[in-house]
Every structure is written in C-alpha cells, then in structure tokens.
Design a protein around this ligand. Structure first.
Ligand SMILES: [Zn+2]
Length: 143
C-alpha cells in the first residue's frame, strides 16, 4: 500500500491520476511515491539527473512534455521534471485549508519519487513556469 499520511491524500491523487480509481493508483503509481525527507530525494536526484535526462530525451524524442509556456522549447534546454513533486504544500492548503501566518508558510509534505515513471522531459521555461504546481501533462501518465 502507498503510505499516505491522510486518507484524503490518497483520494486526491486517485482523482488526479486515475479518475478516482484507488486500486489502479496502487497498481500503476506506487513507484511514483517516496515519502522520505525531500532533502534526501533531492540529493539523490542531483546525482542521477544527467543520466535521467539522457533517458528521457531518448524516450520522448527531445520534445517538451509540458508545453505550458508561450516560449516553450525556445532555447532548446531541457531538464527532468517530477510529475508528482518531491514535496508540496498544496494538499495541506486545498484539502486541510491550512493558511500561512505572518511568520510561517504552510508546511510541505513529501510525495514524489525520482523513478523514471514519475519524470517527464520539460524545457527550462515550462519547468520554471510550473514550479511546484501539480500539473498533469497530456499523455504523460506513467504506465
Ligand atoms: Zn516546454
């Protein structure tokens, strides 16, 4: 079982990735989650980033999978991008209505993995534009 912190998190990702099918989420997306501390995941990601980029360029023929920025692919620079972010506070905001205070931001949760299934090829512009938002590119759902 994917070890979600809250049952509503499971529901959220099922809605986002499998049209609400929690069984399918377990079957097809378990590799896409890694709940360890984001700093560890980021450190591991930086070590394998170049190798992953090469694999993704081969897999997607050097085309940006996001295509959300007006100047998509303009400078021809690409990077691997996490479909499910390594960490995000969006669920705390959206599902649990936590709000930032004057001194503290809404805390983030750890979600995404560095598995190739959780990565897509993004141009630098789209990646910068997306930041930590949860945007599902068309046809980029891992199988
Ligand atoms: Zn792009």
């Amino acid at each position: 079982m994917i070890q979600f912190q809250h049952p509503e998190d499971r529901e959220f990702f099922a809605n986002l990735l499998t049209g609400g099918d929690q069984e399918k989420l377990e079957k097809e997306f378990s590799d896409c989650f890694d709940f360890r501390h984001p700093a560890i995941k980021r450190w591991e990601f930086n070590k394998i980033k170049r190798k992953l980029l090469k694999e993704l360029i081969l897999k997607h023929g050097g085309k940006c999978q996001l295509r959300i920025h007006l100047d998509c692919s303009k400078d021809g620079k690409f990077e691997p991008d996490h479909i499910i972010p390594l960490s995000t506070n969006e669920l705390n905001k959206k599902l649990r209505h936590m709000a930032r205070t004057s001194s503290e931001k809404v805390p983030s949760q750890s979600f995404g993995s560095n598995d190739i299934k959780n990565l897509l090829l993004s141009c630098k512009r789209c990646n910068a534009y997306k930041k930590h938002k949860l945007i599902m590119p068309n046809g980029a759902n891992p199988k």
